[in-house]
Design a protein around this ligand. Structure first.
Ligand code: HAM
Length: 429
């Protein structure tokens, strides 16, 4: 029997790259809690209907990409392909709207889409998302976009391009859809096969086609912006003005339509040269009623964490975490004292790694060097006999002897020493 491997389109996130994930997660928690967003965790699988009704049957996500299965009770279930539908279901089910005002929710976790795996494209991937429910105010649009910009800047991505469009109301889009279909139908045979299929199912998505010939045909096509009502156009102009007032740089993209059907008015994406769309979102004013809840205007976004971290890894090629102290010991008494010492150090806030090999000091010292620790604690027979420990500062080789009993009182001095060594760059994160 062959070795069992991770499934196509899934990836293990190994300890060597976990520091990126932890940094991104910590930054998200901090930025979002300062913006008064609260975390929500919804189930990984939901009733299939939720996504069919919420995301739209004509979308690629629902039509081609869902992991749908029957459970033993013959229910049709689907692994969530995105987070918004589940959050809205929870919002309605728990009557969060009854609390009045605006609900500001965020989430982070795995999503599943049966796509062709490639650079930045997986079948299990992770999203960080926010949903602001209960406001149709244009300031909500500006605030939600500003928070995405804040988060991206805080993790260190400053060169993503923010693209913006307005999808107007359902009526605006329906009018535009007929204009677009009328325009494209005579060219049907020249469109790429996906677009031919979309002409019937979901014509607006043709705007998104990557096919050169289709894009040439689209050059003369009617523009969505021209089909927007005066009120939709004014709303969009006001959102743009707010973004400008906030100093947020954006580019208008009249072909930006998004891949999920629930959007209206403001739609936006963050683009990178390497992975294409890193994040996207928009207003979804009709989704809560579509799923059986009271009329609730809402807007949100989600960022793909694999794509985000892929970019960070290029900007900052190493992001190792290091140990404060690596403890080596030899001899029965010394090894017992080292075991206790490791616990004392951890209780006083240090990150301490205990060498458990029992090998000769020479080998243990080599491992101490490789561990990236700031200092090595050494316990041999002599130290064990007089209850001391040798501390060797690895960057300089400087060594000092300390009484084990004094360690808790020396903790704050040691913390300061470690911090100043790290600041000078003698250690990673
Ligand atoms: P989305 O544009 O479908 O929006 O996905 C958001 C992000 O998830 C994408 O920009 C991309 O970075 C990442 N992503 C999507 N599919 C994959 C994949 N197969 N592999 C790796 N990353 C992927 C939504 O999901 C909406 N729920 C966003 C939203 C929230 N709109 C309003 N609220």
């Amino acid at each position: 029997m062959g070795l069992i491997q991770a499934q196509r389109g899934t990836r293990d996130i190994l300890p060597s790259e976990i520091a990126y994930w932890q940094q991104v997660e910590a930054t998200a928690r901090s930025i979002l809690s300062r913006a008064a967003f609260e975390e929500i965790r919804t189930p990984i699988f939901e009733q299939t209907d939720l996504f069919e009704r919420g995301i739209g049957e004509a979308t690629d996500v629902v039509g081609k990409e869902m992991y749908t299965f029957q459970d033993k009770g013959e229910r049709s279930l689907t692994l969530r392909p995105e987070g918004t539908a589940g959050v809205v279901r929870a919002f309605i089910e728990h009557g969060l709207h009854a609390q009045g005002g605006v609900q500001r929710l965020w989430y982070m976790g795995p999503m599943f889409r049966y796509e062709r795996p490639g650079t930045g494209r997986q079948r299990q991937f992770h999203q960080l998302g926010v949903e602001l429910l209960g406001s149709g105010n244009i300031r909500a649009d500006a605030e939600v976009i500003a928070i995405a910009v804040d988060f991206l800047q805080a993790v260190g991505l400053t060169d993503l391009q923010l693209e913006l469009n307005s999808l107007g109301t359902r009526e605006d889009r329906s009018q535009y859809r007929s204009l677009l279909v009328d325009y494209l139908t005579p060219y049907k045979a020249d469109l790429d096969p996906d677009s031919q299929d979309r002409l019937r199912r979901n014509p607006l998505r043709i705007l998104d086609s990557k096919d050169a010939k289709t894009q040439t045909i689209l050059q003369e096509a009617p523009r969505l912006g021209q089909s927007l009502s005066a009120a939709s156009q004014e709303r969009f102009a006001n959102v743009q003005q707010l973004l400008t007032d906030l100093g947020i740089v954006y580019a208008l993209n009249p072909k930006l339509v998004r891949g999920l059907d629930y959007y209206s008015h403001t739609a936006f994406e963050f683009q990178s040269a390497q992975f294409g769309t890193v994040g996207g979102g928009g207003r979804y004013d009709g989704l809560v009623t579509e799923l059986g809840g009271p009329e609730t205007l809402a807007i949100g976004w989600a960022i793909g964490l694999e794509r985000l971290i892929g970019l960070l890894q290029q900007l900052k090629p190493t992001q190792a975490t290091t140990t404060d102290f690596y403890i080596v010991s030899k001899g029965e008494d010394a090894e017992l004292q080292a075991l206790k010492l490791a616990q004392t150090l951890r209780k006083t806030g240090f990150k301490a790694e205990l060498d458990l090999s029992g090998s000769a000091f020479g080998k243990q010292f080599k491992r101490a060097d490789r561990s990236g620790a700031i200092a090595c604690f050494i316990l041999g027979d002599a130290e064990a006999a007089n209850q001391t420990v040798q501390v060797k500062w690895l960057a300089t080789g400087e060594q000092q002897s300390l009484s084990q009993a004094d360690l808790p009182t020396l903790a704050s001095t040691l913390h300061q020493q470690i911090a100043s060594i790290r600041e000078k760059g003698n250690g990673a994160v």
